[in-house]
Ligand binder design. Structure first.
Ligand SMILES: NC(=O)c1ccc[n+]([C@@H]2O[C@H](COP(=O)([O-])OP(=O)(O)OC[C@H]3O[C@@H](n4cnc5c(N)ncnc54)[C@H](O)[C@@H]3O)[C@@H](O)[C@H]2O)c1
Length: 158
């Protein structure tokens, strides 16, 4: 855990993958913050409303009771010991994943991740490099991201 962490986990992207991950982490006792660029999603979750079919409003209420909070400010990344990216990677007309949202999330992480924190991505998309920090990736951040970031998979930010 980073020296100054007040948050255990930031989940970036609160959709069909990110919200269940946040639910499980909160239920396990972690202090979880969800980061989403969609203000309607953020406000709805903080009001106890689920926008994901698999998760009921009552489950969101339970998450809030466990300390979960949704935000749209990436600065929260600096307060967290770990970050997991769960943003969409829709296929383009050429059949390859559109990584625009991944690159945007990587940019936010690169700007705010602190020494000792970890970043990972949960996605179908593959790649070779990680955004920054000591990355523990289920898959990894695509090539090109390192040009705007500070590190590579497995490296520690100093
Ligand atoms: N949905 C599935 O059944 C499923 C299954 C396996 C893998 N996946 C993979 O999981 C990943 C996430 O997919 P999903 O279905 O959860 O997406 P989703 O569309 O359900 O939700 C994504 C959320 O991310 C938010 N977002 C987009 N860009 C953002 C950014 N830069 N910063 C913060 N929030 C941002 C959106 O507002 C949205 O709320 C994708 O790579 C997808 O391929 C999805």
């Amino acid at each position: 855990m980073s020296r100054s962490s007040t948050v255990d986990l930031v989940v970036v992207g609160l959709g069909y993958v990110g919200l269940p991950l946040a639910r499980s982490a909160a239920a396990a006792g972690l202090r979880v913050v969800g980061l989403d660029r969609n203000r309607t999603v953020v406000d709805g979750l903080n009001a106890g409303r689920s926008h994901v079919d698999d998760i009921m409003d009552a489950e969101v209420a339970a998450m809030l009771g466990q300390g979960f909070e949704a935000v749209d400010r990436p600065e929260v990344i600096a307060e967290s010991a770990a970050v997991v990216i769960c943003v969409p990677t829709p296929l383009t007309e050429y059949g390859s994943p559109d990584l625009g949202a991944v690159h945007a999330a990587v940019g936010d992480i690169a700007a705010h991740l602190v020494p000792g924190s970890r970043a990972a991505i949960r996605s179908n998309s593959s790649g070779r490099t990680a955004p920054t920090g000591k990355a523990s990736t289920t898959t990894s951040i695509p090539p090109g991201s390192t040009t705007r970031a500070r590190g590579r998979a497995g490296e520690t930010v100093t």
